[in-house]
Design a binder for this molecule. Structure first.
Ligand code: NAD
Length: 502
């Protein structure tokens, strides 16, 4: 595999940045490709001793980085973006090979990193604070934003590189240093990125401790969440994980950005452009083999177009090419591992048990790797299984009569990430986006639930965790706000007119 060589991936790879030689990892994890189940390579698991060393190196690097002017920090991020452009193809292939999403999506994920680098470069000159009018004479009041210190980034397998960049690039221009623990299911992607970033730092005579890597499962994640030296933990993953992380970090009064599971729906109204709605639905439901946080899981269809939509979906599903995600023409690659297939099979059984009906697909394919046929099922929204996020390509079809009912069904789950309505009716569209409409962090009209742009703030409400990353003013979450008041007069008036003569 040429791309592995280009990215410097070897048979055995260190999984810890700035790791000293005498602290070599005793344990390793193997990375398997879901395309055929073969082992690709192994990566050293970070030991407690190595972890503490990384934190110390990060603390030292923070002293240098926080005193580097923000636009100069932006220049380093610009160079990282350039290197990512250079390595876009091999990186895209590695994402595909290790995670299983099709090559077009692998390339898209790397492009997302490049885009966020560009965004962060601009941001590095735009971290504005406000100036306020003081109620006291000859006083000036303003606020400024300072970096927090070490930002811990814990990421999930399904976006093995982009989620790191959303956090790391913005946090870096803010003046923070980063410790990243990628998913134990995709450690090679993290190793490859670390190599690229370390090269840029070296070329600029900066310490690698600005961007750090640790490798391992939840144990290493728990060291991070318990660690008072890490003021902010940005964690992406399941709701179960987020509840644990949230509790641990809150118990030491640290900050979190939580990006957790979704249970995203599209409402197809009787006023929809059905062709557009169906195309968006298929991409949302089977793209990344249903393993996106924003995957379309529920389709809420107006009763007048229900049968038409259902038939059209069945005929499209019959023609979807499932197979090697590196091959051109494949639309659906494998799931991540056997556990994911088992969880899907379990969900399909639950659907039937609760009175629903699997009307298409669902079965694993009889070949090497973890391939399944995406499934369609007719259900009701209140089923326990529909209320959960099953991280698999199962699309639930439900029917509705009135817009109120559709919105009620739409919001009637515990998660609140992405949402969409297809309609050409302006009143209905505005209603969906209004305060009485979608309760999600992302609400779209005539666009599906997946495929967000980096310029907007990304994240969701309710059990999705409330965090926001990426664009808009998300940078503020990586900084501490300081309110400054400067008295340039020769008296000491007190606020609220308090008289306190001594
Ligand atoms: P996961 O929760 O199993 O693991 C995510 C990460 O958390 C991994 O790095 C894991 O090692 C770590 N982890 C697990 N338990 C931990 C603990 N107690 N303390 C610290 N770290 C811990 O998730 P996954 O299977 O890798 O990813 C799929 C999930 O991620 C889905 O639920 C999906 O919706 C969600 N996701 C959300 C977003 C978003 O932006 N909202 C983006 C991508 C994925």
């Amino acid at each position: 595999m040429e791309f592995l060589k280009t990215l410097g991936i070897e048979g055995i790879n260190p999984g810890t940045s700035t790791g000293r030689k005498h602290m070599e990892s005793k344990e390793t994890i193997s990375s398997y490709t879901p395309t055929d189940g073969e082992r690709i390579a192994t990566v050293g698991v970070t030991s407690r001793e190595q972890y503490d060393h990384v934190v110390e190196e990060a603390q030292k690097a923070f002293e240098i980085w926080k005193n580097t002017p923000a636009p100069e920090r932006g220049e380093i991020v610009r160079q990282i973006g350039q290197k990512l452009r250079e390595f876009k193809e091999p990186l895209g292939k590695l994402v595909t090979y290790e995670m299983g999403k099709i090559y077009q999506e692998g390339l898209g994920e790397v492009q997302e990193m490049i885009d966020i680098c560009d965004f962060a470069v601009g941001q590095s000159r735009m971290m504005y604070g406000k100036t306020m009018h003081s109620e006291r004479p000859q006083h000036r009041m303003y606020e400024q934003w300072h970096p927090l210190g070490i930002v811990g980034i814990i990421s999930a397998f399904n976006f093995p590189v982009a989620v790191w960049s959303w956090n790391a690039m913005i946090a870096a221009v803010c003046g923070n240093v980063m410790i990243w623990k990628g998913s134990e299911k995709t450690p090679l992607c993290a190793v490859a990125i670390q190599k690229i970033v370390a090269k840029v730092l070296k070329e600029n005579d900066l310490p690698e401790g600005i961007f750090n890597l640790v490798t391992g499962d939840h144990q290493v994640g728990e060291w991070m969440t318990e660690d008072e030296r890490i003021p902010l933990i940005s964690a992406t993953g399941s709701i179960r994980m987020g509840k644990e992380v949230g509790k641990t970090v809150a118990s030491r009064l640290g900050k979190t950005i939580l990006e957790l599971g979704g249970n995203n729906a599209i409402i197809i109204s009787e006023n929809a452009d059905l062709e557009m709605a169906i195309r968006a639905t298929v991409f949302g439901a089977v793209g990344t083999c249903g393993q996106r946080c924003t995957s379309t899981r529920r389709l809420i269809i107006h009763e007048s177009v229900y049968d038409q939509v259902k038939e059209r979906l069945m005929s499209i599903y019959e023609n979807i090419t499932i197979g090697d995600p590196l091959e051109e023409g494949t639309l659906v690659g494998p799931m991540i591992d056997q556990d994911a297939i088992d969880a899907m099979q379990n969900a399909l059984k639950e659907i039937e048990k609760e009175g629903g009906k699997v009307i298409y697909g669902g079965e694993p394919l009889d070949e090497d790797g973890f391939y399944v046929r995406p499934a369609l099922a007719e259900v009701e929204n209140h089923y326990n299984i529909v209320q959960e996020e099953t991280f698999a390509p199962i699309l639930y079809l439900m029917r509705y009569k009135t817009t109120e009912e559709a919105i009620e069904m739409h919001n009637g789950v515990k998660q609140g990430l992405s949402s969409s309505m297809f309609t050409l009716n302006m009143r209905e569209a505005e209603r969906f986006l209004s305060v009485g409409g979608s309760d999600c962090g992302i609400a779209n009209i005539n666009i599906g639930t997946s495929g967000a742009e980096i310029g907007g703030a990304f994240g969701g409400e309710k059990e999705t965790g409330g965090g926001r990353e990426s664009g808009s003013d998300s940078w503020k979450a990586y900084m501490r706000r300081q309110t400054n008041t400067m008295n340039w007069g020769d008296s000491l008036p007190l606020a609220q007119g308090i008289d306190f003569d001594v």
